[in-house]
Design a protein around this ligand. Structure first.
Ligand SMILES: NC(=O)c1ccc[n+]([C@@H]2O[C@H](COP(=O)([O-])OP(=O)(O)OC[C@H]3O[C@@H](n4cnc5c(N)ncnc54)[C@H](O)[C@@H]3O)[C@@H](O)[C@H]2O)c1
Length: 439
């Protein structure tokens, strides 16, 4: 296989040939009538608010239409895929949160000729969306209530299908395919956590190209910062109905997600404090106008703690025991072990529900803490939350769809192992989004 050129560029001509100019491309997306004025349907987190699964499927079907209307870039790519069939005859494994926005991407990949087998992450599948996609010739494994063991079984099923193309979300499937020797033609990896695995224990062991979507500067700026920032703050308010104004909001991690959570938390009126071990990022937080403080100093002062680090056990059970009474805890990181939920559960003398998505843990001595969504990714796991806004996901999914297509049509332009999104794809999608925003 050839490698990328020294500037890391792919082939700009390739993208232009496929898509035309970004402005013309986006313009074509708005030829669809009726993109405004649709009633937005909020599906339940699963099917709890509707009488039956078929009612729920009907509702989310309308919602997928609404989402598609607000995803001009992915919708246009999907239309082109129908004509060009880049994935014809291929099995594509898609490891992604199964919900209305990803449903639009999954349909676009199916429209490109792929036999798609999708599966969600723990606690985030919207069952009605999964059922709807199943009714459209797409295989979807699992449901929202799946436990860890069931998810592992589905992952085995996905790997056993020997997919030729993989869209992964956490690098677990890539790791399995590397170990079984059933190597796909190539893969994309969505997350920071997956990128850490690829560059850590999988470094030098992946004999196929993996495009790390999270490495795109577009995704970091648009999605991790603004998308996650907005939706995490919105979801904490949705789950608790608390006022953030004058609350001390302690954000652990001033990476892309943490920056956004801090920004939108400040916009909601919170007194934001950053906990960040990296000296440069701590400096950036301070210059951006936030207080920077060690966690130990904030334990007795913070009202709301949010983790966004991609690391395990960044708030321990002992640290939680040292917090104020009635603090709120939430995690925005990919895995549900950033907060030591198991340790808190083991230490608690009583556990009680505080609404649908908040659980109160009473610790020895009577102190209580309120944990949102059991430490799972708050902006996806809370019932009724909808994750990043549609337009932001349009950008990330456009990078995904075009990168998957590049793996198939121009594998020789990519090297083995992890690499960034080809620069021409980044540039095209950025121009398309600016054109859409300025329209
Ligand atoms: N909730 C979502 O929708 C969503 C979306 C994208 C990414 N993520 C996840 O969020 C996490 C963070 O992603 P990112 O892109 O911001 O990563 P990042 O690498 O840009 O930032 C992580 C930051 O955490 C800091 N950190 C590490 N250990 C820490 C500790 N013990 N205390 C405080 N800070 C610490 C690091 O120094 C770094 O600055 C990842 O798990 C990622 O997969 C979630």
């Amino acid at each position: 296989m050839r490698t990328l050129d020294s500037a890391g560029n792919g082939n700009p001509e390739f993208t232009r040939r496929l898509l035309g100019t970004p402005a013309a491309f986006v313009g074509s997306c708005f030829a669809t009538p009726g993109r405004l004025g649709l009633r937005e349907v909020r599906p339940s987190s699963g099917s709890t608010n509707v009488a039956s699964m078929s009612d729920a499927m009907h509702e989310v079907s309308g919602q997928l239409g609404f989402v598609a209307d607000h995803m001009p870039i992915v919708s246009a790519i999907g239309k082109r895929f129908v004509a060009e069939q880049p994935f014809a005859g291929m099995t594509m494994a898609v490891r992604i949160h199964v919900e209305p926005k990803t449903g639009v991407l999954i349909r676009a990949l199916r429209d490109g000729g792929a036999h798609v087998i999708a599966m969600g992450n723990k606690g985030t599948t919207v069952d009605a969306v999964a059922a709807l996609l199943r009714s459209e010739d797409i295989e979807v494994l699992g449901e929202r209530s799946d436990d860890v063991a069931t998810i592992a079984t589905h992952l085995n099923t996905l790997a056993a299908a020997r997919p030729e193309i993989v869209l992964d979300n956490g690098a677990e499937l890539i790791e399995r395919l590397v170990s079984t020797g059933d190597h796909p033609r190539g893969a994309t990896e969505e997350t920071t956590s997956g990128a850490l695995t690829l560059r850590g224990r999988l470094a030098g062991h992946v004999p196929f190209p993996v495009i790390v979507i999270n490495d795109s500067p577009l995704k970091a700026i648009v999605e991790n910062k603004h998308g996650v920032g907005q939706s995490v703050i919105e979801t904490i308010c949705l789950a608790t109905n608390v006022l953030l104004g004058r609350r001390r909001l302690v954000v652990l991690g001033y990476g892309w997600c943490g920056r956004g959570i801090a920004l939108y938390g400040k916009a909601a009126g919170a007194d934001v404090v950053i906990v960040e071990p990296d000296a440069v990022k701590a400096l950036e937080a301070a210059i951006d106008g936030f207080a920077v403080s060690p966690l130990e100093r904030e334990l007795g002062r913070g009202d709301v703690f949010v983790t966004a680090t991609g690391q395990t056990g960044v708030i321990t059970a002992d640290q939680i025991a040292a917090m104020k009474n009635n603090v709120l805890l939430a995690n925005a990181g990919h895995f549900d072990d950033e907060i030591d939920v198991v340790g808190v559960r083991n230490a608690a003398e009583d556990v009680s529900a505080r609404g649908t998505d908040v659980r109160r843990y009473t610790l020895p001595g009577g102190k209580t803490i309120d944990l949102i969504a059991e430490g799972q990714m708050v902006n996806l796991a809370v019932g009724g939350s909808r994750g990043n806004s549609i337009e932001i996901m349009d950008l990330g999914f456009a990078l995904q769809a075009l990168s998957l297509e590049r793996l198939v049509l121009e594998p020789g332009s990519l090297r083995l192992g992890d690499q960034a999104v080809p620069a021409d794809i980044d540039e095209f999608v950025a121009r398309a989004m600016v054109a859409e925003m300025m329209r």
